[in-house]
Design a protein around this ligand. Structure first.
Ligand SMILES: Cc1cc2nc3c(=O)[nH]c(=O)nc-3n(C[C@H](O)[C@H](O)[C@H](O)COP(=O)(O)OP(=O)(O)OC[C@H]3O[C@@H](n4cnc5c(N)ncnc54)[C@H](O)[C@@H]3O)c2cc1C
Length: 441
């Protein structure tokens, strides 16, 4: 079986390896000059051997595929396991950095209100018997028609809880609360709930040396030359002889095609015959979150440990180099939703300046930065965003159609996974497509 895989991110690399090992003739077409896609560790901008993730950063303890790859390639997780609720630790507002005790004094209801919000989503999640099929929830249409913002309004959360809820949506879903389907939030909660049972608590860690160690490992497991770099797929034609995948001047013939890239670049690909209407609607319509990550390295660490939420432009500020022995440290600004898009409109140097100002407002003792980068994913044509966000109405319209084969065309990538939006989901989707193809050959 001849297979063309479009995209050398985690999904494409996973599918390619499984299909190649099963004896298929595989070609991977990658538009850029590197593997990994949204898994991208950057170190060239930094001194003292420090690095920061431009894309995916955390691997949860409930992500067995990723943990397995970390082990397989001789990598290890760092010692700074963090629970996601740690995000509520610090708030910078009106010129003051408030710690957990200040927050409790300022708004004694804050913790309870945020718990009420989570309890609401947990109650909807309880109606999802299988997180792979959220549209089977008995009231799927109702909850899918509501946004996370509608729920915040219904629960009449106070100002501080709204701020944290908004920042959590901008961080987790890379979107504004009104852009996130309540059923999608519940699907993710159902998934975590089911996965967490054997672990007790969900914690996230970084991969020491960076997530690119995993994608480099996967690429090196493929035969030389299987990945063709600089090949941007622009047309897929299907006729009685099979699929013809065009990338500029080159055309690759295949029996089956795996489209393992974000849907945004696929919107520019010409399909002949055209994709069926409900599939085309999903390809062109599915929401994408927007994240801009700006990592600045400072010669000294003059900030408290932990994550800070800020009313300022950066939104969330934290240190990816926690535990690194050097005196220098990196501060990340993680800006999602509309804030991420606004930053994406600026030149990289301007983004870095904006985030530096936002960080300096919080920590006035910051020395001038040594260097850094700002990666605005929504401004990059090969990604068009950070990861999929199912907006109100989109779980019921798009979830199933993206997960079905369409003749010899198969979709893979995080947006087609149960673990949508995660590295784990990308690997999961590569496995799903490969096993479907192998089962049907
Ligand atoms: C800012 C950010 C933060 C994140 N944080 C986390 C996190 O902490 N934890 C986590 O688990 N996940 C996180 N994610 C999500 C995770 O990075 C993705 O789910 C995952 O990497 C997606 O992999 P993929 O293989 O589906 O797609 P991609 O990585 O996008 O790979 C697709 C590949 O296809 C290529 N391509 C695109 N168009 C074409 C074309 N026309 N022709 C040929 N090639 C093409 C691209 O260049 C790319 O290499 C984050 C993502 C971002 C952007």
């Amino acid at each position: 079986m001849r297979i063309v895989v479009v995209g050398a991110g985690l999904a494409g690399l996973t599918a390619a390896e499984l299909l190649h090992n099963a004896g298929c003739d595989v070609a991977v077409l990658e538009a850029s000059n590197r593997v990994g896609g949204r898994a991208y560790t950057r170190s060239a901008e930094f001194i003292n051997g420090q690095a920061a993730e431009a894309g995916a950063e955390w691997v949860d303890n409930v992500h067995p595929r990723m943990r397995g790859l970390v082990e397989r390639f001789g990598l290890r997780m760092d010692d700074n396991a963090t629970t996601w609720t740690a995000i509520r630790r610090w708030l910078f507002r009106d010129g003051a950095l408030l710690g957990p005790a200040d927050l409790a004094r300022l708004d004694p209801q804050l913790g309870d209100e945020l718990d009420r919000l989570e309890d609401f989503f947990a109650s909807v999640a309880a109606g999802i018997s299988d997180a792979a099929h959220p549209a089977q929830h008995p009231q799927a249409a109702h909850y899918d028609s509501l946004s996370a913002a509608d729920i915040v309004d219904q629960l009449e959360l106070g100002e501080l809880a709204r701020l944290f809820a908004t920042r959590n949506m901008q961080g987790e879903f890379a979107a504004e609360p009104h852009e996130v389907s309540a059923l999608f939030v519940a699907q993710q909660r159902a998934l975590y709930e089911a996965a967490a049972t054997p672990h007790g608590e969900v914690v996230a860690q970084r991969i020491v040396g960076g997530v690119s160690g995993v994608t480099a490992g996967l690429a090196s497991a493929l035969p030389q030359g299987m990945i063709r770099f600089g090949e941007t797929v622009d047309a897929v034609t299907i006729d009685e002889t099979g699929a013809h995948v065009r990338a500029g001047a080159n055309t690759y013939h295949a029996d089956q095609v795996v489209l393992a890239c974000s849907l945004v670049p696929l919107r520019a690909v010409v399909f002949d015959p055209p994709l069926p209407p409900e599939l085309a609607a999903a390809v062109h319509g599915l929401g994408y979150g927007r994240v801009t990550k700006t990592a600045l390295q400072y010669p000294e660490r003059v900030w408290p440990a932990g994550y800070a939420t800020t009313t300022g432009r950066a939104q969330r500020v934290y240190e990816p180099t926690v535990g690194h022995p050097a005196e220098s440290g990196i501060l990340m600004g993680y800006t999602g939703g509309e804030g991420g898009t606004r930053l994406a409109d600026l030149a990289e140097s301007e983004r870095m300046r904006e985030i530096e100002l936002s960080q300096r407002e919080m920590y006035p003792a910051l020395p001038p930065p040594l260097g850094g980068f700002s990666q605005a994913w929504s401004g990059l044509a090969l990604f068009g965003g950070s990861y999929a966000v199912y907006r109100p109405g989109e779980i019921t319209r798009f979830w199933d159609v993206l997960r079905r084969p369409h003749g010899c065309i198969h979709f893979a990538g995080e947006h087609t996974a149960t673990w949508t939006g995660y590295l784990e989901g990308a690997v999961e989707s590569g496995e799903t497509v490969a096993s479907r193809l192998l089962a049907n050959r």
